[in-house]
Design a protein around this ligand. Structure first.
Ligand code: FES
Ligand code: FES
Length: 160
């Protein structure tokens, strides 16, 4: 089988992996132990496989791993800081926004990208972003509340 080398950073750590040219980023990340990257539809519809590549949310089931050469990839495993959860993760727990949890990594990564870009989003903006993450459990009300609460908490923190 033809192989190639892939160099990138995942959650801030340098990685050097041997991959096949046709490998998808979803498959490579899971093969390397990043099981928070969930396999769902594999057709770009459900958002379960969302990761951030250079800060932008992408469906890793649609991206060739080779295209991540030189990139900074963030998976859910890299969102907390040691034992301290990210404020968005805290807000999801506080608001009961996690049920089975399958969609949660993708939702949190999309929310993180949104709050980086728009620290004070409207409810409509949050709903629009989370619409790309299919959830069969929560009905979206609680995740939307959680993201808005995280934004508000971050705003208060900045104002102090
Ligand atoms: S598994 Fe990638 S969008 Fe569904
Ligand atoms: S919490 Fe179960 S799919 Fe969203």
């Amino acid at each position: 089988m033809k192989t190639m080398q892939l160099r990138l950073h995942v959650n801030g750590e340098p990685k050097h992996w041997t991959i096949a040219p046709g490998d998808l980023l979803l498959d490579v990340l899971r093969r390397e132990g990043y099981f928070g990257v969930k396999r769902g539809c594999e057709t770009g519809e459900c958002g379960a496989c969302t990761v951030l590549v250079d800060g932008k949310p992408i469906n890793s089931c649609l991206m060739f791993a080779a295209r991540a050469e030189g990139s900074e990839v963030l998976t859910i495993e890299g969102v907390a800081h040691g034992d301290t959860l990210d404020p968005i993760q805290e807000a999801f727990l506080d608001h009961g926004a996690v049920q089975c949890g399958y969609c949660t990594p993708g939702m949190i990564l999309n929310a993180k990208a949104l709050l980086t870009r728009r620290p004070d989003p409207s409810e409509a903006e949050v709903r629009e972003v989370l619409a790309g993450n299919l959830c069969r459990c929560t009905g979206y009300k609680k995740p939307v509340e959680a993201v808005l609460a995280a934004a508000q908490a971050a705003g208060k923190g900045a104002a102090r």
